[in-house]
Design a protein. Structure first.
Length: 198
């Protein structure tokens, strides 16, 4: 049967090798995949709540990979591993390590020097990491959880509401999110901050 996936605007299609990484062979539809991923993500959220996340450990490659693995490790064999192919979005896969290091260095600088308000630092990080597109899939949800963790564990503030949506469904909320991401791509971060807080 195999996995039959339908992609909405802004989602990354998986290549056949990546689809082979599915751990639960009974999954055949997008709906089933979304449900299994959501259960896995809820476990990751529990982990973040019950783990004392040290601020200095969060903006590291290890934590970024570990969080992705916690979010998707029950579903995908490649969870927590950087992608090894180019996608319709994101940078060239060979540049992921370099661009991620630049982002982490910038973020640490912003935090130390209070370059921006805390919400803006978290959202700038979220926007840049999703633009890098480190993983074969799950980058949007991973980047949003990273922003929440930065808010809570680095700045001691409330996490974002993200319009109370996981943005999986192709609805008006997702359209507004994609639109805000595109604004950020063009240098205007404010709509994405407003969306996250909405």
């Amino acid at each position: 049967m195999g996995l039959n996936l339908k992609y909405t605007d802004g989602q990354t299609p998986l290549d056949e090798d990546e689809k082979e990484g599915l751990k639960i062979k009974s999954i055949t539809t997008q709906k089933e995949l979304d449900e299994f991923e959501q259960l896995n993500i809820e476990k990751a959220v529990e982990w973040t709540i019950h783990t004392n996340l040290k601020p200095e450990k969060i903006v590291t490659e290890k934590f970024i990979k570990d969080l992705h693995k916690k979010m998707y490790g029950d579903v995908w064999k490649w969870a927590g591993e950087f992608r090894k192919s180019d996608k319709n979005i994101g940078i060239n896969w060979t540049q992921i390590g370099i661009e991620l290091k630049n982002l982490m260095d910038d973020t640490k600088y912003w935090i130390e020097n209070k370059s921006y308000p805390s919400e803006e630092i978290a959202i700038r990080f979220k926007h840049r990491i999703v633009a890098i597109h480190c993983f074969p899939n799950g980058n949007g949800r991973h980047s949003r959880m990273m922003a929440d963790i930065i808010m809570e564990s680095i700045f001691g503030k409330e996490i974002f509401s993200w319009h109370k949506s996981n943005m999986v469904k192709a609805d008006e909320t997702r359209k507004a999110y994609i639109s805000a991401l595109r604004e950020a791509d063009n240098g205007n971060i404010n709509p994405l901050i407003q969306f996250a807080e909405g």
